[in-house]
Design a protein around this ligand. Structure first.
Ligand SMILES: Cc1ncc(COP(=O)(O)O)c(C=O)c1O
Length: 417
């Protein structure tokens, strides 16, 4: 079968068996080729066209695609024992839990492993309930915590929630960054505050420096748990191992996923302080998962943490992020009619546009230049840039220059977008 035929058949199968609107939307945005192989920062389609991956699977590919050490560790585990018996001790899971206790801040210690971000959030919410005996949870407007029922209740965008009511009771949402509103919402019925240290899908929103520490203090005073959702910000993305490390904050429960599987395996976890875990220690089968903590995924997780440290990827993210932010900000200054703001930390960068319609135009211009980007799920006005942490200077320059060309073109037709 030639590539043209394979592409049209794949798109036709999306239309017939997956979702016709999804297929139309992808084509409309210029994504009408089929991904085939990937390595490092580059994805190749069936025709051999190359794309610089600046979307990074929404933050999955921090190590890039197919990091050789992660692939090797997973292959070795695959040849030995991919899935767990669930009754004998599972060494990769034990080793990964030890590593997570080492790299998470403070006394975060016990890990429960899952297969996705939303499952990590579900687990964290259940743990907060059982530990406190309370049900109220304070979250933030435009937060994104996933789309299963508990996580969706914490997510702060009505469009994703309204069709599924009733969701869990007791969730309130306050504006992100507004400490007064947060304090007002915290009362004696509150089990937990759940928060992304930097809102990802909400549009890469970096809060004031004292926001997270003040929430931590308030939680301490009011005896409320702090859940930090680091599914997107964790594992070096923002230039620190975890984004809470920028603020010196230790949450009671921390969620992680996306990059944890090294871009090779799906893997997530929530990590809790010992005193929070008490009830699960007395009843270890209260929360379980068949595939959670499987040896294949844990082998990927252990190697991911090792690679992050050995290859200095976190420092690289901080340095490359500064360069990229600086270059994009300089570019943006020349086009105030198109770009409102460039912001972020490390390699979690958002480009806020003046109008929603500009995003789609930029995406198709950039894909034509061989660059994959997309806007954030809760805020279509913000283009997110989350490349592999080891992206090199040459590729960064190509991305910034292509962005500048696309923005310049958008400027010419901004009235019509
Ligand atoms: C902060 C945060 N939490 C949770 C999730 C949900 O993760 P998943 O899509 O793996 O369920 C996401 C996904 O974007 C996220 O960014």
């Amino acid at each position: 079968m030639d590539s043209k035929q394979a592409i049209s058949e794949t798109i036709a199968k999306y239309e017939q068996y997956i979702n016709p609107s999804m297929a139309r939307l992808l084509r409309f945005m210029g994504f009408s080729s089929v991904e085939w192989e990937a390595e490092g920062s580059i994805i190749r389609d069936l025709d051999g066209n190359e794309y610089i991956d600046c979307l990074g699977g929404y933050g999955v590919f921090s190590l890039g695609h197919r990091h050789p050490k992660v692939v090797k560790a997973v292959k070795q585990q695959l040849d030995r024992m991919p899935m767990s018996s669930k009754v004998l001790f599972n060494m990769p899971m034990a080793d990964l839990a030890e590593q997570l206790a080492k790299i998470t801040p403070g006394d975060l210690q016990y890990s429960f492993f899952v297969n996705s971000g939303t499952e990590a959030v579900e687990g964290a919410l259940k743990l907060a309930r059982i530990h406190t005996g309370k049900t109220k949870v304070v979250s933030t407007v435009n937060a994104f915590h996933g789309k299963t029922f508990g996580s969706l209740s914490a997510t702060g965008r009505d469009m994703f929630k309204d069709p599924f009511f009733p969701l869990l009771d007791g969730f309130v949402h306050v504006p992100f960054g507004d400490i007064g509103a947060m304090e007002k919402a915290m009362d004696e019925d509150t089990a937990a505050v759940i928060i992304e240290p930097i809102q990802g899908e909400g549009g890469i929103i970096v809060p004031p420096d004292d926001y997270l520490p003040t929430i931590r203090d308030l939680c301490n005073k009011k005896n409320i748990l702090l859940i930090c959702d680091e599914v997107q910000t964790g594992l070096g993305r923002t230039g620190k191992m975890f984004a809470v490390d920028h603020y010196g904050v230790v949450p009671d429960i921390l969620t992680t996923a996306k990059a944890l599987g090294g871009g090779v395996m799906p893997l997530g976890a929530y990590v809790a302080r010992p005193q929070i875990y008490e009830k699960y220690i007395t009843s270890p089968f209260l929360h379980t998962s068949t595939f959670g903590g499987n040896p294949l995924a844990c082998a990927a997780g252990i190697t991911t943490i090792q690679v992050l440290q050995e290859e200095g990827l976190i420092q690289k993210a901080a340095v490359t992020g500064e360069k990229m932010l600086g270059a994009l900000r300089k570019m943006a200054e020349a086009f105030p009619d198109v770009v409102k703001e460039v912001r972020g930390k490390g390699l979690m960068i958002g480009v806020e546009l003046t109008k929603e319609g500009i995003g789609g135009f930029l995406m198709s211009e950039l894909i034509a230049e061989g660059i994959l980007v997309a806007y954030t799920l809760n805020n279509p006005k913000v283009m997110r840039i989350e490349p592999p942490l080891a992206i090199n200077d040459e590729l960064v320059n190509r991305v910034v220059n292509a962005f500048a060309r696309a923005v310049e073109k958008a400027q010419e037709i901004v009235e019509d977008l």
